[in-house]
Design a protein around this ligand. Sequence first.
Ligand code: TXA
Ligand code: MG
Length: 414
Amino acid sequence: MDTKVVVIDREKLGMMANAAENSEAAKEAAAVWEAADREKLDALLLEAAQILRSGGLVAFPTETVYGLGANGLDDAAARKIYAAKGRPSDNPLILHISKEEELTPLVREVPEAARKLMKAFWPGPLTMIFSKSSIVPYGTTGGLDTVAVRMPSDPIANRMIALAGVPVAAPSANLSGRPSPTTANHVIEDMNGRIEMILDGGPVGIGVESTIVDVTGPVPMLLRPGAVTMEMLQDAIGETAVDPAITGPVAADVRPKAPGMKYRHYAPKAELVLVEERGQGSAGEALLAARALDETGEARIPQGPGDAVVRMINRLAGERLSEGYAVGILCTDETKNRYPQGVVRSVGLRGQEETIAHSLFAVLREFDDLGVDYIYSESFSRDHLGQAIMNRLTKAAGYHIIYTDEKKEGKSNE
Ligand code: TXA
Ligand code: MG
């Protein structure tokens, strides 16, 4: 199959969408474009929408990661997604909608907590689990009676879904087991020749997949951390439970609430090990204190891991290098000059967690491309966006963490 790659100018489309939502400034800005421009953009997205309507697959950008879309009400189309990704078919898909009204036909009820969360975070990086209605096929939900629904804010995704006129089932557009794609090139690497079309909207904004909250029970439960953080959920709805699968390995006999969480996700080809100082997990408070200082004008960048972490990573890297292995080191701008050997990659600034979320998967993919055998990674705070970052990293590492006060390496449960 030939895959058609179509480049879409997200900014133009975003301004058009804003204009439609009647902000005066946006209206004016949009008005300067030729009508032909808008028609051209819509014509491209209409082509994608028609592929979806006729049962084909289109990869498209969202604000979190690129998605691999199919008509979510068409059992056969959903099955094609599993085939293209090489994904187990008991792992359910998220339905993407373009307007809140589109939720009603898909679910049995919309609980009060869900209404609050929609108001606070839609459109945006939040997926909610509802009891499904009869029009949602089991092929989409992996046989479950619940359905995951999300309303992305990305203007390309939003317009494409609106034009398709159906909910778009979409997992991340990577081959199963690879890190989620955050650029169109990542999607091309994994999906070229397997799907009808790829919409290239440039790099995504957030870089980690949406937050998932199950709203079917008496207390909403966080199933996957993302850019809508635990703290933000608690602010919006109060008490929120956490699925234990988020923080530790899942025992073979336990079925996690989000079936996808049981697979060894985001796995780089190399053996990835996190190095951490005991107690570093709660370093989020130090980070917040540093941010507060920033705001009062007394700029102070958090120092990141202690010397012990840098020393330990350098020692481990040195040992593997002397054994003839290729070694990658995952660190941040604050420490990148302190690693004299190995392939050193910064994922961003420790003081700005968004930058780390944004680059994490791209750096893991780069290590794959470079063919390193071992990756030693610094670890991060587990608060706020750090919870999502550490969830992805610890899963990618198969929960292998080395503490700086350990004599020997050992597996740990976080
Ligand atoms: O940001 C995102 O959510 C991206 C973009 C494309 O929207 N999508 C994404 O999809 O990450 P995927 O398929 O890679 O991850 C979906 C996760 C899986 O862990 C799956 O098990 C869980 O959502 N999930 C889907 N439906 C569910 C349901 N009914 N109950 C519990 N978990 C569900
Ligand atoms: Mg995925």
